[in-house]
Write a new protein. Structure first.
Ligand code: COS
Length: 394
């Protein structure tokens, strides 16, 4: 493992690993097959504080550093990338509020994810610990500026109308950060961010996606029909929502990279275990150079991807200490590289397992299905290359 952690940090990572291995691992295959949500496991993860990892201590969270958090996300994803996505995404919307919200908003929003708010345990209210980041729309995916959801000022309130799709945790979330256009004439400078509670009149959950992979995570539409929020639910300044969304993604893409590293590492672990026991031509296949070198290349790639996640965290802390946020490039690099690596390494693992790799009886075909999303969500890898190439062009 490339992370250099002290004993406290190591024990947090170990506890996370033990939780998912004990509780989630035994039911992964079943939930993957059924495509239903392990609500109780999500609730247990929230009770254990795993949805509040990124909440600062002053707002009732763990106050953990990003080295530890990303190492924990890697452990979650080694067991199941869908579960890692659901637990990790609880912090996604929170990031926007931590970046741009007032102290009152930070405290209020954190209360949904740190277990303070009671009575959040049913679909109509959402679940304690869970929040969702509602940016994507049917016509605003990679081109996130094309927001059709609108928020109109009406007295002391804003009234929100529109719909969002592919929203991770939509059906679990007790609170959302919603991006909406407050001034159609201003393009990216006419987009604003709002805190929207799940139980407000007019908020509903639409179609749930039946996905190829990460099937233990929830992805659904969220619909807003004349949803009235008080003006104090506007996060930061009106018209700055697009920048806040981009700044949020700069902090969120490394989480996806750590999920991808977890999936890639699991693929290596499965392939090595198989290659040590499977024999052809009188010896274990790991002793054949064709297989041995393939495993070596897989190991190089995953270790490099992990190092890029750590490189991001180094850059993040350097910049925050300087009062700057110049880590967009590092976030895009680790997400893009790790996502591509996860897919390649899973394909290689399937090749090593041969017919068994292609069979649902073995876990590697699922790893490939889970890995594929890493090249798509939190910004496609084409968007990451736009971001990295853009940084080089300036
Ligand atoms: N941090 C701060 N500000 C940023 C920024 C960042 N990372 N990225 C862009 N901005 C600012 C720009 O500086 C620009 O401000 P000015 O007009 O004052 O110069 C403004 O935002 C618009 O930027 P840009 O012109 O680059 O925006 P584009 O519409 O070209 O979009 C991409 C840029 C493609 C990078 C953006 O739409 C994107 O990330 N798309 C993918 C969305 C995504 O990841 N979705 C995943 C689902 S959400 S989990």
């Amino acid at each position: 493992m490339g992370y250099i952690l002290n004993d406290d940090q190591k024990s947090m990572v170990k506890a996370a690993k033990e939780f998912v291995e004990k509780k989630v691992q035994p039911v992964v295959a079943e939930y993957d097959r059924e495509g239903t949500l392990p609500i109780e496991l999500y609730q247990e993860a929230a009770e254990l504080g795993y949805t509040a990892l990124e909440v600062p201590e002053e707002y009732g969270g763990s106050g953990l550093d990003y080295y530890t958090i990303l190492a924990m996300y890697e452990e979650f994803a080694k067991v199941d990338a869908g579960f890692a996505t659901g637990v990790g995404a609880a912090s996604l919307a929170l990031k926007t509020v931590l970046i741009a919200g007032s102290p009152e908003q930070k405290k209020y929003f954190a209360s949904f994810v740190n277990g303070e708010k009671q009575g959040l345990d049913k679909p109509e209210t959402g679940y304690q610990g869970y929040a969702a980041f509602a940016l994507t729309e049917a016509g605003a995916g990679s081109d996130a500026a094309q927001q059709k959801t609108v928020a109109e000022k009406d007295g002391d309130d804003y009234v929100i109308n529109g719909s969002k799709c592919f929203i991770t945790n939509a059906s679990l979330a007790s609170v959302f950060v919603v991006f909406a256009t407050t001034d159609k004439t201003k393009g990216t400078k006419g987009i604003s961010a709002f805190i929207v509670e799940r139980d407000l009149p007019g908020v509903s959950i639409g179609k749930e996606e039946d996905k190829m992979g990460i099937r233990l995570s929830n992805t659904a539409e969220v619909l807003f029909d004349n949803v009235r929020v008080p003006a104090d639910h506007l996060v930061g300044a009106e018209g700055k929502g697009f920048v806040y969304a981009m700044q949020t993604l700069d902090m969120a893409r490394p989480s996806v990279a750590s999920f991808a590293v977890g999936v890639g590492q699991r693929a290596i672990d499965e392939a090595v275990a198989y290659a040590k026991t499977r024999k052809t031509f009188g010896k274990p296949i790991i002793a054949h150079q064709a297989i041995n070198f393939k495993l070596a290349d897989m190991d190089i790639k995953v270790e490099a991807a992990r190092s890029l996640v750590i490189n991001y965290v180094n850059k993040y802390y350097e910049q925050i200490a300087l009062g700057k946020r110049n880590f967009t490039r590092e976030a895009a690099i680790c997400k893009c590289f790790a996502g591509d690596v996860a897919v390649q390494v899973c394909l290689d693992a399937i090749q090593i397992l041969g017919g068994y790799g292609y069979s649902r009886e073995y876990p590697v075909e699922k790893l490939l299905r889970d890995a594929k999303i890493m090249q798509i969500y939190e910004g496609t890898n084409e968007v990451q290359r736009m971001v990295i190439g853009g940084a080089l062009s300036r």
